[in-house]
Ligand binder design. Sequence first.
Ligand code: BEZ
Ligand code: FE
Length: 299
Amino acid sequence: MRSLNERTITDEVLGRFSGAPDARLRQVMESLIRHLHEFAREVGLTPREWAKAIEFLTELGHITDDKRQEFILLSDTLGLSALVDLIANRDKVKGATESSLLGPFYREGAPEIPTGANVARDVEGEPLDIEGRVVSTAGEPIAGVLIDVWQAAPSGLYDVQFEDSTMNLRARFRSDSEGRFAFKSVKPASYPVPYDGPVGRMLNALGRHPYRPAHIHFKLSADGYRPLTTALYIEGDKYLDSDAVFGSRASLVVGYRKATNGGRAKPDSIWFEFALEPEKSKAAKGQKPIPRSSSVRGK
Ligand code: BEZ
Ligand code: FE
Protein backbone atom coordinates (compact mmCIF):
# COMPACT_ATOMS: atom_id res chain seq x y z
CA MET A 1 0.00 0.00 0.00
CA ARG A 2 1.20 3.54 -0.89
CA SER A 3 1.59 5.97 1.94
CA LEU A 4 0.60 9.58 1.42
CA ASN A 5 2.34 12.77 2.42
CA GLU A 6 1.46 16.45 2.23
CA ARG A 7 2.42 16.61 -1.45
CA THR A 8 1.54 13.19 -2.89
CA ILE A 9 -2.02 13.32 -1.55
CA THR A 10 -2.96 15.81 -4.32
CA ASP A 11 -2.04 13.43 -7.15
CA GLU A 12 -3.77 10.60 -5.31
CA VAL A 13 -7.04 12.59 -5.18
CA LEU A 14 -6.70 13.70 -8.82
CA GLY A 15 -6.16 10.07 -9.86
CA ARG A 16 -9.59 9.17 -8.48
CA PHE A 17 -11.21 11.56 -11.01
CA SER A 18 -9.54 9.99 -14.04
CA GLY A 19 -12.57 7.86 -14.84
CA ALA A 20 -15.10 10.71 -14.64
CA PRO A 21 -17.19 10.39 -17.82
CA ASP A 22 -17.93 14.14 -18.06
CA ALA A 23 -14.75 15.82 -19.35
CA ARG A 24 -15.76 19.31 -18.26
CA LEU A 25 -16.64 18.14 -14.74
CA ARG A 26 -13.27 16.38 -14.56
CA GLN A 27 -11.45 19.54 -15.72
CA VAL A 28 -13.23 21.76 -13.17
CA MET A 29 -12.76 19.34 -10.27
CA GLU A 30 -9.10 18.67 -11.05
CA SER A 31 -8.30 22.36 -11.07
CA LEU A 32 -10.37 23.00 -7.94
CA ILE A 33 -8.52 20.27 -6.03
CA ARG A 34 -5.10 21.44 -7.19
CA HIS A 35 -5.81 25.01 -6.06
CA LEU A 36 -7.55 24.01 -2.81
CA HIS A 37 -4.69 21.73 -1.78
CA GLU A 38 -2.10 24.34 -2.73
CA PHE A 39 -4.00 26.95 -0.70
CA ALA A 40 -4.05 24.70 2.39
CA ARG A 41 -0.31 24.02 2.06
CA GLU A 42 0.51 27.70 1.42
CA VAL A 43 -1.25 29.02 4.54
CA GLY A 44 -0.50 25.93 6.65
CA LEU A 45 -4.24 25.53 7.34
CA THR A 46 -4.80 24.22 10.89
CA PRO A 47 -7.56 21.74 11.90
CA ARG A 48 -9.05 24.45 14.13
CA GLU A 49 -9.21 26.96 11.26
CA TRP A 50 -10.76 24.39 8.92
CA ALA A 51 -13.38 23.52 11.55
CA LYS A 52 -14.20 27.24 11.84
CA ALA A 53 -14.56 27.48 8.06
CA ILE A 54 -16.93 24.50 8.03
CA GLU A 55 -18.96 26.12 10.81
CA PHE A 56 -19.16 29.28 8.67
CA LEU A 57 -20.31 27.33 5.57
CA THR A 58 -22.91 25.52 7.71
CA GLU A 59 -24.27 28.88 8.88
CA LEU A 60 -24.55 30.04 5.26
CA GLY A 61 -26.77 27.03 4.63
CA HIS A 62 -28.92 27.63 7.70
CA ILE A 63 -29.67 31.29 6.87
CA THR A 64 -30.37 30.59 3.18
CA ASP A 65 -34.02 30.16 2.19
CA ASP A 66 -36.31 31.17 -0.70
CA LYS A 67 -35.90 34.88 0.22
CA ARG A 68 -32.25 35.01 1.19
CA GLN A 69 -29.27 33.47 -0.61
CA GLU A 70 -26.18 33.80 1.56
CA PHE A 71 -24.03 31.62 -0.73
CA ILE A 72 -24.53 34.06 -3.63
CA LEU A 73 -23.76 36.93 -1.28
CA LEU A 74 -20.52 35.19 -0.30
CA SER A 75 -19.61 34.72 -3.97
CA ASP A 76 -20.49 38.40 -4.62
CA THR A 77 -18.46 39.80 -1.74
CA LEU A 78 -15.45 37.62 -2.62
CA GLY A 79 -15.53 39.01 -6.18
CA LEU A 80 -16.23 35.56 -7.65
CA SER A 81 -19.61 36.53 -9.18
CA ALA A 82 -17.98 39.57 -10.83
CA LEU A 83 -15.06 37.44 -12.05
CA VAL A 84 -17.39 34.81 -13.56
CA ASP A 85 -19.25 37.63 -15.33
CA LEU A 86 -15.99 39.13 -16.64
CA ILE A 87 -14.94 35.70 -17.96
CA ALA A 88 -18.35 35.16 -19.62
CA ASN A 89 -17.88 38.49 -21.39
CA ARG A 90 -14.18 38.16 -22.23
CA ASP A 91 -14.96 37.74 -25.94
CA LYS A 92 -17.16 40.84 -26.14
CA VAL A 93 -16.33 43.20 -28.99
CA LYS A 94 -14.84 46.61 -28.26
CA GLY A 95 -17.48 49.28 -27.90
CA ALA A 96 -20.16 46.98 -26.44
CA THR A 97 -21.53 48.20 -23.10
CA GLU A 98 -19.92 46.44 -20.16
CA SER A 99 -22.04 44.12 -18.07
CA SER A 100 -22.54 44.33 -14.31
CA LEU A 101 -24.02 41.98 -11.72
CA LEU A 102 -27.70 40.99 -11.87
CA GLY A 103 -27.86 40.93 -8.05
CA PRO A 104 -30.50 39.17 -5.96
CA PHE A 105 -33.29 41.74 -6.34
CA TYR A 106 -34.28 41.23 -9.98
CA ARG A 107 -37.87 40.03 -10.39
CA GLU A 108 -39.48 38.67 -13.54
CA GLY A 109 -42.69 40.26 -14.77
CA ALA A 110 -42.24 43.96 -13.96
CA PRO A 111 -45.13 46.09 -15.30
CA GLU A 112 -44.88 47.32 -18.88
CA ILE A 113 -44.94 51.12 -18.99
CA PRO A 114 -45.24 53.70 -21.78
CA THR A 115 -42.33 56.02 -22.61
CA GLY A 116 -41.84 58.72 -20.00
CA ALA A 117 -43.84 57.01 -17.22
CA ASN A 118 -42.75 57.09 -13.60
CA VAL A 119 -41.54 53.80 -12.07
CA ALA A 120 -41.63 55.16 -8.48
CA ARG A 121 -45.01 55.00 -6.75
CA ASP A 122 -45.44 56.62 -3.31
CA VAL A 123 -41.70 56.76 -2.87
CA GLU A 124 -40.22 59.86 -1.29
CA GLY A 125 -37.12 61.13 -3.02
CA GLU A 126 -35.61 63.56 -5.47
CA PRO A 127 -37.15 63.15 -8.93
CA LEU A 128 -34.90 61.91 -11.73
CA ASP A 129 -35.42 61.65 -15.50
CA ILE A 130 -33.62 58.74 -17.12
CA GLU A 131 -33.14 58.86 -20.86
CA GLY A 132 -30.97 57.22 -23.45
CA ARG A 133 -30.61 55.27 -26.63
CA VAL A 134 -29.80 51.71 -27.60
CA VAL A 135 -27.48 51.22 -30.55
CA SER A 136 -25.54 48.35 -32.09
CA THR A 137 -21.77 48.30 -31.71
CA ALA A 138 -21.74 49.65 -35.28
CA GLY A 139 -23.66 52.71 -34.01
CA GLU A 140 -27.05 51.89 -35.62
CA PRO A 141 -30.10 52.58 -33.44
CA ILE A 142 -31.96 49.42 -32.36
CA ALA A 143 -35.75 49.66 -32.18
CA GLY A 144 -37.94 47.45 -29.99
CA VAL A 145 -35.29 46.48 -27.45
CA LEU A 146 -36.96 45.09 -24.33
CA ILE A 147 -35.55 47.02 -21.38
CA ASP A 148 -36.09 45.88 -17.80
CA VAL A 149 -35.14 48.35 -15.05
CA TRP A 150 -35.10 48.03 -11.26
CA GLN A 151 -33.58 50.05 -8.45
CA ALA A 152 -33.60 50.60 -4.70
CA ALA A 153 -35.53 53.48 -3.12
CA PRO A 154 -33.58 56.42 -1.67
CA SER A 155 -33.87 54.57 1.67
CA GLY A 156 -31.52 51.98 0.13
CA LEU A 157 -34.20 49.25 0.12
CA TYR A 158 -35.73 47.38 -2.81
CA ASP A 159 -39.52 46.96 -2.88
CA VAL A 160 -39.21 43.34 -1.72
CA GLN A 161 -37.32 44.58 1.34
CA PHE A 162 -39.90 47.22 2.29
CA GLU A 163 -42.62 44.64 1.70
CA ASP A 164 -44.23 46.32 -1.26
CA SER A 165 -45.54 43.56 -3.51
CA THR A 166 -46.59 45.95 -6.30
CA MET A 167 -43.33 45.83 -8.28
CA ASN A 168 -42.43 49.35 -7.23
CA LEU A 169 -39.32 50.95 -8.79
CA ARG A 170 -39.39 48.31 -11.52
CA ALA A 171 -40.61 48.42 -15.10
CA ARG A 172 -40.29 47.05 -18.61
CA PHE A 173 -40.52 49.04 -21.83
CA ARG A 174 -39.22 49.04 -25.40
CA SER A 175 -36.88 51.39 -27.24
CA ASP A 176 -38.62 53.45 -29.97
CA SER A 177 -37.91 53.44 -33.72
CA GLU A 178 -34.76 55.50 -33.12
CA GLY A 179 -33.58 53.31 -30.24
CA ARG A 180 -34.55 55.91 -27.64
CA PHE A 181 -36.13 55.32 -24.23
CA ALA A 182 -37.17 57.54 -21.31
CA PHE A 183 -38.67 57.01 -17.88
CA LYS A 184 -38.96 58.86 -14.59
CA SER A 185 -37.92 57.73 -11.15
CA VAL A 186 -36.25 58.99 -7.98
CA LYS A 187 -32.52 59.31 -7.35
CA PRO A 188 -31.05 56.01 -6.10
CA ALA A 189 -28.86 55.92 -2.99
CA SER A 190 -25.93 53.75 -1.95
CA TYR A 191 -27.05 50.84 0.22
CA PRO A 192 -25.53 47.97 2.18
CA VAL A 193 -25.84 44.37 1.04
CA PRO A 194 -27.48 42.27 3.79
CA TYR A 195 -24.88 42.25 6.59
CA ASP A 196 -26.79 40.76 9.53
CA GLY A 197 -25.61 37.21 8.77
CA PRO A 198 -22.35 35.25 8.43
CA VAL A 199 -21.23 37.22 5.33
CA GLY A 200 -21.70 40.48 7.25
CA ARG A 201 -19.56 39.06 10.06
CA MET A 202 -16.92 38.07 7.54
CA LEU A 203 -16.87 41.59 6.05
CA ASN A 204 -16.56 43.06 9.52
CA ALA A 205 -13.72 40.70 10.46
CA LEU A 206 -11.92 41.74 7.26
CA GLY A 207 -12.39 45.46 8.00
CA ARG A 208 -14.67 45.85 4.96
CA HIS A 209 -17.87 47.90 4.60
CA PRO A 210 -21.00 46.31 3.05
CA TYR A 211 -22.03 49.21 0.75
CA ARG A 212 -22.81 49.31 -2.96
CA PRO A 213 -22.63 52.67 -4.77
CA ALA A 214 -25.98 54.15 -5.90
CA HIS A 215 -27.09 52.47 -9.13
CA ILE A 216 -29.98 51.57 -11.41
CA HIS A 217 -30.11 48.07 -12.92
CA PHE A 218 -30.85 47.44 -16.61
CA LYS A 219 -31.45 44.23 -18.54
CA LEU A 220 -31.68 44.60 -22.32
CA SER A 221 -32.67 42.03 -24.90
CA ALA A 222 -33.34 42.18 -28.63
CA ASP A 223 -33.48 39.54 -31.36
CA GLY A 224 -30.10 39.08 -33.00
CA TYR A 225 -28.15 40.74 -30.17
CA ARG A 226 -26.29 39.40 -27.18
CA PRO A 227 -28.43 40.08 -24.06
CA LEU A 228 -26.97 42.62 -21.66
CA THR A 229 -27.36 42.78 -17.88
CA THR A 230 -25.79 45.91 -16.51
CA ALA A 231 -26.28 48.92 -14.23
CA LEU A 232 -25.60 52.64 -14.29
CA TYR A 233 -23.66 54.04 -11.35
CA ILE A 234 -23.96 57.61 -10.11
CA GLU A 235 -20.93 59.87 -10.44
CA GLY A 236 -19.50 61.14 -7.17
CA ASP A 237 -20.81 58.26 -5.03
CA LYS A 238 -18.28 57.60 -2.30
CA TYR A 239 -18.47 53.81 -2.76
CA LEU A 240 -17.73 53.74 -6.50
CA ASP A 241 -14.20 52.50 -5.93
CA SER A 242 -15.00 50.14 -3.08
CA ASP A 243 -18.28 48.48 -4.20
CA ALA A 244 -18.81 45.60 -1.72
CA VAL A 245 -19.62 43.25 -4.63
CA PHE A 246 -17.13 44.58 -7.23
CA GLY A 247 -19.86 45.45 -9.76
CA SER A 248 -19.15 49.13 -10.51
CA ARG A 249 -17.26 49.98 -13.73
CA ALA A 250 -15.89 53.38 -14.84
CA SER A 251 -17.61 53.04 -18.23
CA LEU A 252 -21.01 52.75 -16.49
CA VAL A 253 -20.76 55.91 -14.36
CA VAL A 254 -23.20 58.69 -15.22
CA GLY A 255 -23.49 62.21 -13.81
CA TYR A 256 -26.68 64.10 -12.99
CA ARG A 257 -27.48 66.74 -15.60
CA LYS A 258 -29.27 69.91 -14.52
CA ALA A 259 -31.85 71.54 -16.76
CA THR A 260 -34.35 74.41 -16.65
CA ASN A 261 -37.56 75.01 -18.51
CA GLY A 262 -38.42 78.69 -19.01
CA GLY A 263 -36.27 79.61 -16.00
CA ARG A 264 -37.84 76.88 -13.78
CA ALA A 265 -35.64 74.02 -12.58
CA LYS A 266 -36.53 70.64 -14.13
CA PRO A 267 -35.69 67.34 -12.39
CA ASP A 268 -32.05 66.30 -12.81
CA SER A 269 -31.54 63.76 -15.53
CA ILE A 270 -29.13 61.07 -16.65
CA TRP A 271 -28.50 60.02 -20.23
CA PHE A 272 -26.76 56.86 -21.44
CA GLU A 273 -26.21 55.10 -24.72
CA PHE A 274 -26.20 51.29 -24.48
CA ALA A 275 -24.33 49.47 -27.26
CA LEU A 276 -25.39 45.88 -27.93
CA GLU A 277 -23.21 43.37 -29.68
CA PRO A 278 -24.70 41.34 -32.54
CA GLU A 279 -25.20 37.71 -31.47
CA LYS A 280 -22.37 35.47 -32.71
CA SER A 281 -23.40 32.43 -34.66
CA LYS A 282 -23.08 29.14 -32.72
CA ALA A 283 -20.25 28.01 -35.03
CA ALA A 284 -18.31 31.27 -34.52
CA LYS A 285 -18.54 30.93 -30.74
CA GLY A 286 -16.68 27.60 -30.84
CA GLN A 287 -15.76 25.48 -27.85
CA LYS A 288 -12.31 25.59 -26.33
CA PRO A 289 -10.64 22.17 -26.08
CA ILE A 290 -10.44 20.91 -22.52
CA PRO A 291 -6.81 20.47 -21.48
CA ARG A 292 -6.11 17.34 -19.53
CA SER A 293 -4.03 18.04 -16.43
CA SER A 294 -3.29 15.24 -14.08
CA SER A 295 -0.57 16.55 -11.84
CA VAL A 296 -0.13 19.47 -9.52
CA ARG A 297 3.41 19.74 -10.88
CA GLY A 298 2.00 20.14 -14.38
CA LYS A 299 0.75 23.67 -13.58
C1 BEZ B 1 -27.62 44.53 -6.10
O1 BEZ B 1 -27.09 45.36 -6.76
O2 BEZ B 1 -28.83 44.57 -6.08
C2 BEZ B 1 -26.81 43.51 -5.33
C3 BEZ B 1 -25.83 42.80 -5.97
C4 BEZ B 1 -25.11 41.84 -5.26
C5 BEZ B 1 -25.38 41.62 -3.92
C6 BEZ B 1 -26.38 42.35 -3.28
C7 BEZ B 1 -27.10 43.32 -3.99
FE1 FE C 1 -28.78 46.76 -6.79
